[in-house]
Each structure stands twice: as C-alpha cells, then as structure tokens.
Design a protein around this ligand. Structure first.
Ligand code: FES
Length: 125
C-alpha cells in the first residue's frame, strides 16, 4: 500500500524536468478525466471546461488504493476545482490535492500544459 503511494509526489511547476507528451487534446472528454501512464505511474488528467483549465493528479485514491480517480466526477467547492472518487465519494482539491471531506492524505498533483493541441504533464523525473 505504502509502496504504491510513495510513487506519487506533487510536482510544482518550478520543479518540472520532463514534460511528458500524453495525448492530443481531442482525446480528453470535456469535463471528464482520462488515465495516462507514465513509467510506473497512473495519472488522472482532467479537462475542466468550467474553469477553462487542465489538472492532473495521481489516479490512485488513498482511501482504498483503487485506481479510479480519472473516472471521478469533477466539480467545484467554493471556487476550488475538485474530483470526487467514484467509489465512496471522497473529494480532493485538484489544485492542492487536499482531501476536502475527510482526513485522508492529500493526493499528488502535477502541472499540465497544452501546446500545439497536445496535452503535456510535468514530472520531476
Ligand atoms: S476508494 Fe476512493 S473514496 Fe473509497
């Protein structure tokens, strides 16, 4: 369990060393998520139309270690973009990773950029 979570650490924009070219923008549903594999990591990437923004976080939910967050419902909590896990509805900020309705560990978040209609995710290694 710990081994799975230890693969995921939030990457700040300033710490990005690798911009991983994930997929064309058209492959990401509007207001929905897609799971992208990078090395051993599964990353949930969201095309958040409401904010005209993109977010990425670990796909594994820290509640029961299910790889499901990319299938979660996205929304907003007083202006904070969030994802609700499809299993038991724990919600996490897509900006900070914080668990908004409980005391679970925060999830890791990653920078996203769009260039030439492609989605890139920022990693530190
Ligand atoms: S597995 Fe995500 S809320 Fe339970």
């Amino acid at each position: 369990m710990e081994a799975i979570l230890s693969q995921y650490e939030t990457v700040a924009l300033n710490d990005v060393k690798v911009w991983f070219k994930a997929a064309p923008v058209k492959d990401f549903p509007i207001d929905g998520g897609v799971c992208v594999k990078y090395k051993e990591k599964q990353i949930a990437v969201f095309n958040f139309q409401l904010n005209n923004a993109w977010y990425a976080c670990q796909n594994v939910c820290p509640h029961k270690m299910e790889m499901v967050l990319s299938r979660g419902m996205i929304g907003d909590d007083k202006g904070m973009p969030k994802v609700a896990c499809p299993m038991h509805k724990k919600t996490f900020s897509l900006e900070t990773g914080e668990n908004l309705n409980g005391d679970l560990d925060a999830i890791a978040t990653y920078p996203v950029k769009i260039e030439d209609n492609f989605v890139y995710i920022g990693f530190s290694e």
